[in-house]
Design a protein around this ligand. Structure first.
Ligand code: KMH
Ligand code: ZN
Length: 275
């Protein structure tokens, strides 16, 4: 099996310090979270930006400051910028950080309910526009799929030449509005992607480590982090992103999977041809 690529989603747009004081907001906190996660074994940092008060922002200057601060403490790590941002942001707003030509970014592949009255909107035209913008900026894509219809959308757009292989999927499972993270759901998605595609799994909340274990034993890759899950075990808050990464590393060791460095992750993901 390939070495395991661990992505750490260090802050997201929804979780707050009120829920877990370890959620990073400031530039310094985000850089320290990335450093700790990378040192623990994360090859990729999935990055959202926050203002100092925690408000999510896609503002380019804020992303620049955060990326510079991360680069200063972990120059090698792959930075994967979110183009999902937060629910309610416009297409233009969400795409702002692409102006910085990050190495990698998310491409959200469908609309879904996001709890309560929230809808995370990604129309077919949005997906096509984002795919084009990322390709033109030379940014590698991680194809975020929250349910099976999103995978099917990717495959249709790939057939039309609007998303170009090799495809790297991220199955984000357990969102209130998307597919759950039960093993049957994971297997359904995993069996739905082409044989030459790669994938990572992000389990939300209680699914984080059960799905990590399934992906690790299957040869897939994993995402952990406070964006997805605030707890190191049932009822016990995680003290840092690094702690969540260490737990994923321990599962990998039990399964005999070695951990990929950022350089190895670039090779495994064929980053040079994805851009
Ligand atoms: N915050 C969610 C609405 C992504 O990063 O691309 C969207 C999200 C997906 O987190
Ligand atoms: Zn995200």
């Amino acid at each position: 099996m390939e070495k395991l690529i661990i992505t750490c989603a260090i802050t997201g747009a929804e979780v707050t310090k009120a829920q877990n004081p370890a959620v990073p907001y400031t530039v310094a906190e985000l850089a320290e979270a990335a450093r700790g996660a990378a040192e623990a074994g994360a090859a990729v940092i999935h990055l959202h930006a926050r203002k100092d008060d925690g408000t999510p922002t896609q503002e380019v200057g804020r992303f620049r400051d955060i990326i510079d601060a991360i680069r200063a403490v972990c120059p090698d790590v792959i930075i994967q910028v979110s183009t999902g941002g937060a629910v309610g942001m416009t297409r233009k707003e969400r795409l702002q950080p692409i102006a910085l030509h990050p190495e990698m970014a998310t491409l959200d592949c469908g609309t879904l309910n996001f709890g309560g009255d929230d809808i995370f909107v990604n129309t077919e035209n949005d997906i096509i526009a984002f795919a084009k913008a990322l390709s033109e900026a030379g940014v590698a894509k991680e194809l975020e799929c929250f349910e099976k219809g999103h995978v099917d959308m990717v495959l249709r757009l790939a057939k039309k030449g609007l998303i170009v292989p090799p495809l790297h999927f991220s199955f984000v499972l357990g969102v209130n509005g998307g597919m759950t993270g039960e093993s049957r759901d994971f297997r359904f998605l995993r069996e739905s992607i082409p044989a030459d595609a790669s994938y990572s799994v992000a389990g939300i909340g209680r699914y984080e480590f059960s799905l990590a274990e399934l992906a690790i034993s299957d040869g897939g890759h994993v995402r952990v982090g406070l964006e997805d899950n605030l707890f190191i075990e049932k009822g016990v808050l995680a003290t840092s992103n690094a702690e969540l990464v260490k737990k994923a590393v321990a599962i990998a060791r039990r399964h005999g999977r070695e951990i990929a460095t950022p350089a190895e992750a670039r090779r495994i993901l064929h980053m040079e041809v994805r851009r």
